[in-house]
Design a protein around this ligand. Structure first.
Ligand SMILES: [Ca+2]
Length: 133
């Protein structure tokens, strides 16, 4: 009896908590460095954030995940970039803000949606066998 209950709980647990492993794809995000006013100098920092919805970036900026590895701003007009990873099969939305030395933060940039196609097939079936009835 105990054995059947244990097996039922184990089977139910497997059904309720499927494990999904996705591959991460390397991506590079680029943007143009802005200018700080009134001194017309380069900015002092960036905050690049990522979320699973556009609404999160627009209304919950502070709670969106910060993308690590963002460089210090280049001179205005030059291109800055960061390499990061994203899981295949997901659409994520990225946006960036720049700050001056005070820091005063800029408005949010355009929101960049990135979809990485899941083009990896499953592994081959294993242990193919037969039995006689
Ligand atoms: Ca300023």
């Amino acid at each position: 009896m105990f054995r059947y209950v244990f097996c039922a709980i184990l089977a139910l647990g497997i059904m309720l908590f499927p494990v999904q492993v996705k591959a991460a794809t390397a991506i590079t995000i680029l943007w143009t460095a802005p200018m700080d006013f009134p001194d017309s100098v380069k900015c002092s920092g960036y905050s690049l954030r990522v979320a699973s919805t556009i609404d999160s970036l627009n209304t919950k900026w502070a709670s969106c995940r910060i993308v690590a590895g963002v460089p210090l701003p280049s001179n205005p007009g030059l291109t800055d970039s960061v390499k990061t990873t994203q899981l295949a099969g997901d659409t994520l939305y990225y946006a960036i803000k720049a700050c001056d030395k005070k820091p005063n933060w800029s408005a949010i940039s355009a929101i960049l949606p990135i979809y990485i196609d899941d083009n990896q097939p499953p592994s081959a079936c294993g242990n193919l066998r037969f039995f006689l009835r």
